[in-house]
Design a protein around this ligand. Structure first.
Ligand code: HXC
Length: 522
């Protein structure tokens, strides 16, 4: 059959597309599969709604001629970019293709990535980056670095305007980790993804240190030690389902309200176990996750940074159908104390929620800030101030429930009234004071206790003073009498009270003074 010129053109297009989708070729695709990794296109097919992906710039080539790299010009170069939907919501995506020069970033690739980032900010939709890259393409020199600069600048301009999510799906080095660090959430896959400034070979040549990829920057390291990763997934499929779940709590952009979803969970569901959850012994822990799940819709709590700084819990949930960010001290880990890492973790989460109109539910049981040289040398002052700053600047609805301890500076930090907390409740078991009885008696009556040489009498005096202190301060009523909390509530009714509080606050509008930008304690 003789083809018309138009038909020939179409055949040519189909053939070019067929070649382009093979990226670095069959052999490299096989190698990628052998490492337990999917290709860029396979990943996008799983992430996006079926048939929703529209690819941009499939035919762009790199323009480098150094070190013989011009012998190969794969269509699309090392990244697949475009737009699609997830659960019907528009997202922009880029997926680096490790089969093309290890996904290393060329100037062409940066132009493709920047184009989808520009679209995303123009129309107000999230950007999801699928990273699998050796960083700046060495053969391109300064052009590759400039390409990263372009991407970073867009990461920065998009911050707080559209959600940015980074999936780490292979060994990522150099610029391939700095861009994720500028985004809102980073998800790694256990045993197949790595993040480091530079890989083990370069580390050995520079510092002499011998280290594996896993030890240097595996998912478990970044999810638990450095906090660079917000989530660690068991597999690429698990990582994809985590991204979908995360998106279900957050809006498309900073001009939209957080998404709500209908729930059959009764608003007035009372939880009797909450009336006996607090142990008599103030040093004994209890299950804060159980408390959170009892309050939120359907017990569905999506934790962020679950393996890092576990003395504080942060994550998303719905209450009465509304998406909220939950921040809760964890009495089961380091007694729920606020240290450097917990403060940074919670501050970043609070700021994300505030930027994207997600109300904050804070559950307080905090003995104070962790003291000592290790914390002081690590700047607990500056880092603790981050959380203080984050709560104080946040203008989203803020509902706070104090369950037990709320002492000193940590009381102020955890969304107190004076940091523009909107509705603050306390359980009858709450102790809102400058410090616990033990410490207070030591300071107030130290001299008298030292002067008493009989150990029995000394212990009796200390006990007496502790009881006096406890009676005065170890309850929520000092705070309630002075209007520092709105009400003392029965624990079993917490869900209902919290939902009603957020309903009341739904129309909240609060301004901050005009400024170029803030100067938070970084
Ligand atoms: C060009 C690269 C490359 C790069 C990898 N490749 N990284 N090509 N530029 N940056 C190529 C390899 O030559 C190889 O090509 C293919 O990709 C696969 O790489 P392998 O090393 O075989 O894979 P693997 O053993 O899995 O190791 C992956 C890796 C390693 C850990 C990422 O390749 C590595 O350490 N790369 C360099 C990482 C790095 O130091 N990047 C920093 C760049 S500076 P062939 O053809 O042989 O298969 C930077 C600064 C940005 O990014 C600015 C930040 C502020």
């Amino acid at each position: 059959m003789i083809m018309t010129k138009q038909q020939e053109g179409i055949k040519n297009l189909v053939e070019r597309r067929g070649t382009a989708v093979k990226g670095g070729g069959e052999k490299r695709i096989e190698a990628q599969h052998a490492k337990g990794k999917l290709t860029a296109r396979e990943r996008l097919a799983k992430l996006l709604d079926p048939g929703s992906f529209e690819e941009f710039d499939m035919f762009m080539h790199h323009r480098c001629t150094n070190f013989g790299i011009d012998a190969s010009h794969p269509d699309g170069d090392g990244v697949v970019t475009g737009q699609g939907t997830i659960d019907g919501r528009l997202v922009f995506v880029y997926a680096q293709d490790f089969t093309v020069n290890g996904g290393s970033l060329s100037k062409t690739m940066s132009e493709k990535i920047c184009k989808v980032m520009d679209y995303a900010i123009k129309v107000g939709a999230p950007v999801i980056g699928l990273n699998d890259s050796g960083g700046a393409r060495i053969q391109e020199g300064i052009d590759a670095l400039a390409g990263y600069g372009e991407i970073f600048e867009r990461n920065i301009l998009s911050s707080g305007v559209i959600p940015q999510i980074s999936m780490i799906l292979g060994p990522c080095a150099g610029g391939a980790v700095y861009s994720p660090a500028l985004t809102d959430f980073t998800i790694m896959v256990d045993k197949t993804s790595y993040m480091f400034l530079t890989g083990p070979a370069v580390v050995k040549s520079v510092t002499g240190e011998e280290v594996t990829q896993e030890e240097l920057g595996g998912a478990s390291i970044h999810a638990s030690k450095s906090g660079v990763a917000h989530f660690s997934a068991d597999s690429e499929d698990d990582a994809i389902s985590k991204v979908k779940k995360l998106l279900s709590f957050i809006p498309q952009n900073n001009m939209q309200e957080a998404p709500s979803r209908p729930t059959a969970d009764p608003v007035n569901r009372a939880e009797d176990f909450l009336n006996s959850v607090i142990p008599d012994n103030p040093n004994k822990a209890y299950d804060m996750y159980g408390v959170i799940r009892s309050i939120v819709d359907d017990g569905d709590f999506f934790e962020v940074h679950g393996s890092y700084a576990r003395n504080i819990i942060v994550g998303f949930a719905h209450v009465g159908g509304r998406s909220v960010g939950v921040v809760a001290n964890q009495p089961g880990v380091l007694a729920g104390v606020l240290d450097i890492n917990a403060s940074r973790k919670a501050a970043r989460f609070v700021r994300f929620c505030d930027a994207f109109n997600i109300p904050l539910l804070t559950l307080v049981d905090v003995p104070g800030f962790l003291c000592g040289t290790q914390q002081e040398y690590g700047a607990i002052i500056t880092n603790g101030a981050k959380l203080l700053y984050a709560y104080g600047e946040a203008t989203v609805p803020k509902v706070t429930v104090t369950l037990r301890k709320s002492y000193g500076g940590a009381h102020i930090v955890m969304s107190c009234k004076q940091l523009r907390g909107d509705i603050n409740y306390a359980w009858p078991s709450a102790n809102i004071a400058v410090m616990g009885a033990e410490g207070a008696v030591g300071i107030l009556y130290g001299k008298e206790l030292k002067a008493e040489t009989d150990p029995e009498k000394q212990a009796a005096l200390a006990e007496l003073k502790k009881n006096e202190y406890n009676e005065l301060f170890c309850n929520p009523y000092q705070a309630a009498e002075k209007g520092y909390i709105e009400d003392v509530i029965e624990p079993r009714n917490t869900r209902f009270r919290v939902i009603r509080a957020f309903e009341v606050l739904a129309g909240k509008r609060q301004e901050v003074p005009a400024k170029k930008h803030d100067n938070m304690p970084l």
